[in-house]
Design a protein around this ligand. Structure first.
Ligand code: NAD
Length: 294
């Protein structure tokens, strides 16, 4: 199946990146958001993305101009959905909001339209029946900074048509992603199923005073040849997010992690890379020093 017309619903952090990357790959993309104010913000996000692409990749001005010209914006859900071959949903991680959107799309989008969710924490089966087309619905999960971190985790439900799944695998390749197919539903997909326990173990070692962040990172970096350790990763994720994840677990050891992060970092405004300081100080964290691993 040839996907030509793509719609991205929600133009925040990830939605803008997804829409821009698809437009940059030569597809026509309609961007939908709830009101004109959100769409003005979306257009601003797209212009900022052209700067990031210029900084991080070998791109020409013409390519960026063409990418911008492939994007159109609307706050009318019917206009956004009526011609779409594929709709990618990237609205806030709130179950009721997503269910409400899929119920509307089930009516507005033509039968041919494939729906894909970019949800990070829900399963596609949480929404399948609301889409009115469970066989044409699956998760297509991108990572933040999509142009650098080009993973596309693809996860269907038991009802997803295998041909539709393959269509999305091909589409992911066509927009410059590395498709990573999952054979069954898994909360957190592959990446977070690996990463979240690693980060939690590192936090446990720290709050139980077994070792300091530098020693823990050094161990991981030397032993696995990874470019950074768990605390370097936590600074990228953002310590606010790390705190919220710890709080959501509700166990005693996670409470200890949450308190530690709050007292030593959040309360001092140290949020990770975004604030210039977390476990390391930026833009030149010590784990990049040539002597760090000695
Ligand atoms: P965000 O808050 O930055 O953006 C959400 C956008 O959706 C906003 O522009 C908002 O105006 C719009 N919106 C709100 N309600 C809407 C509705 N009913 N219909 C249409 N648009 C609506 O959120 P985000 O970080 O871009 O996350 C979006 C989705 O992507 C979530 O499911 C999240 O789990 C997933 N995700 C996020 C990241 C990340 O690093 N931020 C990474 C991977 C996946």
């Amino acid at each position: 199946m040839d996907l030509k017309q793509v719609t991205v619903i929600g133009s925040g952090v990830l939605g803008s990146q997804i829409a821009f990357q698809i437009a940059y790959s030569g597809f026509k993309v309609t961007v939908y958001d709830i009101n004109d104010e959100a769409l003005v913000k979306a257009q601003h996000n797209m212009r900022t993305l052209t700067d990031s692409y210029e900084r991080d990749m070998e791109v020409t001005d013409l390519e960026l101009k063409e990418a911008l010209s492939n994007l159109i914006y609307t706050s009318n859900l019917e206009t956004a959905s009526k011609e779409a071959d594929l709709i990618i949903e990237a609205i806030p991680e709130v179950k009721e909001l997503k269910i409400d959107l899929y119920k509307q799309l089930a009516i507005l989008a033509p039968e041919k339209t494939i729906f894909a969710t970019n949800t990070s924490t829900f399963l596609p089966s949480d929404f399948a029946k609301d889409t009115g087309r469970p066989e044409k619905f699956l998760a297509l999960h991108f990572a933040n900074q999509i142009w650098l971190n080009n993973t596309a985790e693809i996860m269907g439900t038991e009802q997803t048509d295998p041909d539709i799944f393959e269509t999305i695998v091909t589409f992911a390749k066509n927009i410059g992603m590395i498709p990573l197919p999952l054979h069954k539903e898994q909360r957190g997909y592959i990446l977070n199923s690996l990463l979240v326990p690693l980060l939690k173990s590192a936090e446990d070692l720290l709050v139980n005073e077994v070792a300091n962040p530098e020693t823990i990172d050094k161990t991981w970096m030397i032993a696995t040849k990874a470019p950074r350790g768990p605390f370097g990763i936590l600074d990228i994720v953002g310590l606010n997010t790390a705190y919220n994840i710890a709080l959501s677990r509700e166990s005693e050891d996670s409470k200890k992690i949450a308190n530690y992060l709050k007292e030593n970092y959040l309360d001092k405004g140290h949020l990770g890379i975004q604030s210039g300081k977390g476990f390391y100080t930026y833009p030149n964290p010590t784990y990049l020093d040539k002597d760090f691993l000695k």
